[in-house]
Design a protein around this ligand. Structure first.
Ligand code: SF4
Length: 363
């Protein structure tokens, strides 16, 4: 029986040393791992960079569905048979109203996501105008997820004031052909490189539970270190009836926590987000994810619901964390409790958002 030296991993991570394959496999798979010391080690690394703060992100699905791409896990893909409330791009007024709501709800960052392969030049110009408007109206960071972009596109968005570009790697280069036929891992990397060249911060992560092996997860964690991703969302695959991938996943709460710890050790300074699927896969262990991760989404995901405002804020408070926001956690929690929002469980089966959830600011 090998004695695990958790403290050695802490020191190594804080010194920004590279973890080798054997260490990474041990973190993900070894029977010798005890989850509490592992979490404590990851928390020590998290705390050195982020203290006890949690960054809340609210996502706005600014254009839903009808995507020409065929990502097997996605309900917006052309190959998905799932009924979703699709719509073309929201109006500027609607997007501005949702930015206001995100700011007033305590979000540190407002994320706009547009389904599709990538934007045309005209669309990039339109998005640039929107970014300028949001940034000049609210003191909130803006992140955009527009699909594949070239250098000209990322330069234009940078000039408009874009803080971050989201473009997830999703899985390893080896496994990528299993989940998508219409674009490649390299296409995704090229977009990240263009954004980096423009001086835009990178938000890029993965979806665990797509049928990948531990080595694929390790490869993504190392690749995100290589591209110096400032923000890493870790999504846990939510199987939804009708999507091409089907019910494939091997996630347990412990597996999810080990994955978060691995990403934390390898990327000690990145904002690490416990993203979509935390409710479904971490279940009663959700709060433990805040020890390696310092960020989460509130109000659900692109097409599925997540825990409501009050549940999310209460979890942060109960664990003794605070939020990075101009607003006070207690005040936000009080306001959220006054609304008496329906509790969302999202345990065994994903709960889909309705059009009212997706477009709350529609006139
Ligand atoms: S490109 Fe984005 S929206 Fe389109 S299918 Fe892939 S993940 Fe879904």
């Amino acid at each position: 029986m090998t004695k695990i030296n958790y403290d050695q991993w802490v020191q190594k991570s804080l010194a920004a040393e590279r973890f080798n394959q054997e260490e990474c496999r041990t973190i993900l798979d070894s029977q010798e791992i005890e989850i509490l010391p592992l979490l404590q080690a990851a928390y020590t690394v998290r705390k050195a960079q982020w203290g006890n703060s949690v960054n809340i992100h609210i996502i706005n699905n600014a254009k839903n569905g009808n995507c020409p791409e065929d990502c097997a896990y996605c309900v917006q893909a052309k190959t998905s048979k799932t009924q979703i409330a699709d719509y073309p791009i929201k109006t500027d007024d609607e997007i501005m109203a949702e930015a206001k709501n995100a700011y007033e709800s305590g979000a540190f960052r407002y994320c706009m996501v547009f389904a599709g392969r990538g934007p045309t030049k005209q669309r990039v110009e339109k998005l640039s105008g929107l970014i300028q408007k949001i940034k000049s109206t609210y003191p909130i960071q803006v992140c955009l997820s527009p699909g594949l972009l070239d250098q000209e596109g990322t330069d234009m968005l940078k000039a408009a004031g874009l803080d971050r570009l989201n473009h997830n790697l999703n899985t390893s280069e080896r496994y990528y052909p299993e989940i998508c036929d219409t674009h490649t891992f390299q296409d995704r990397l090229n977009t990240l490189q263009a954004a980096k060249n423009s001086g835009i911060e990178l938000c890029t992560g993965m979806i665990a539970g797509l049928g990948e092996q531990s080595d694929d997860i390790i490869q993504v964690a190392q690749k995100l270190r290589d591209v110096e991703a400032q923000s890493i969302p870790i999504n846990f695959y939510m199987a939804i009836d009708g999507n091409r991938l089907g019910p494939k996943h091997d996630l347990t709460p412990e597996r999810c926590l080990r994955i978060l710890c691995l990403f934390r050790f390898i990327n000690p300074k990145s904002e690490l987000r416990m993203a979509a699927g935390r409710e479904m896969h971490l279940r009663s262990m959700q709060v433990m994810g805040l020890y390696p991760a310092n960020s989460l989404f509130m109000d659900g995901y692109l097409n599925t619901k997540g825990t409501n405002h009050a549940q999310t804020l209460q979890m942060i408070k109960d664990a003794g964390f605070d939020i990075q926001s101009e607003h006070n956690l207690e005040d936000l929690l009080e306001k959220a409790n006054e609304k008496n929002l329906p509790e969302i469980n999202n345990g065994e089966k994903a709960i889909m958002k309705s059009i009212e959830d997706l477009r709350p600011a529609r006139a």
